[in-house]
Ligand binder design. Structure first.
Ligand SMILES: [Zn+2]
Length: 255
């Protein structure tokens, strides 16, 4: 599933169809209600909205959320802004198109071999927390408001109701650079650690965003697969499951 950085790449690419009227919509009936989608033909696309990992096409009078799941890819005017997701095939077949939106000035498609993509009209985003690209102060406030919670720091950062858009790779990367053990109860973090955590989220999001996505950090997929050592101190990286997600960290410098 794309993290907030990938959702942002999608939102930027999808903006190419803003300002144009929908001529036709084809949808796989297993991914959305075809009648609901058909009702959107003739409407103008007036914007693209992203919050956290979620992306919606804003129409006059409605919003259409595109959920990409694990293997879905967005293709705008026949160009895929993200060429290969970590678990997705590089191959692309027409029969894997789950949504095809055609406008007078181009098209937007969601291609998903596994058919897990979903398209929802007028989604409820009210439970989402502050966006991962918010400024440092807002991130710090969101963390501070959750400081009583005893769940692991990893689980807290994955909670989309606290900060929306952080996923597995980004969270591991942030904690690696801020020297915090992902297993620590969030309530054990000091005031100083909370402040540094907010700053590090901002820094990591901006750096990895500039490099092209959440897979471009120090703990990139290659390092994770290789069971490598910590590039800072040579300690073998630990691999545990936290909040249901495979988590990598260094027990030497992350405390
Ligand atoms: Zn280390």
């Amino acid at each position: 599933m794309p993290e907030g950085l990938e959702a942002e790449i999608y939102a930027v690419a999808a903006a190419q169809v803003v300002g144009h009227r929908i001529i036709s919509i084809d949808v796989d009936e297993r991914c959305a209600d075809p009648r609901e989608m058909a009702s959107l033909v003739g409407r103008d696309i007036i914007g693209i909205k992203r919050h956290g990992k979620r992306v919606a096409i804003v129409l006059d009078g409605a919003r259409l959320e595109m959920y990409f799941a694990m293997t879905g890819r967005l293709i705008v005017n026949d160009v895929a802004p993200i060429t290969a997701l970590e678990y997705g095939p590089v191959e692309e077949r027409n029969e894997w198109d789950r949504l095809v939106v055609v406008t007078a000035k181009g098209s937007l498609r969601v291609n998903d071999p596994r058919r897990w993509a979903r398209f929802t009209l007028d989604p409820d985003w009210s439970t989402l927390g502050v966006d991962l690209m918010a400024d440092e102060g807002d991130l710090a406030d969101a963390l501070s408001a959750s400081r009583h919670r005893k769940i692991s720091t990893k689980a807290l950062l994955l909670d989309q109701g606290v900060i929306a858009g952080l996923g597995n790779m980004l969270v591991d990367e942030v904690l690696f650079h801020v020297d915090i053990d992902p297993r620590r109860p969030f309530s054990s973090l000091t005031e100083d650690e909370l402040t540094r955590l907010g700053q590090q989220i901002s820094t990591t999001v901006s750096e990895l965003g500039g490099r092209g996505g959440s897979h471009t950090g120090t703990l990139h997929p290659g390092i994770r697969r290789a069971h490598a050592v910590c590039p800072l101190d040579g300690t073998p990286l630990e691999r545990v499951t936290l909040a249901g997600r495979t988590t990598f960290f260094c027990s030497q410098h992350q405390r």
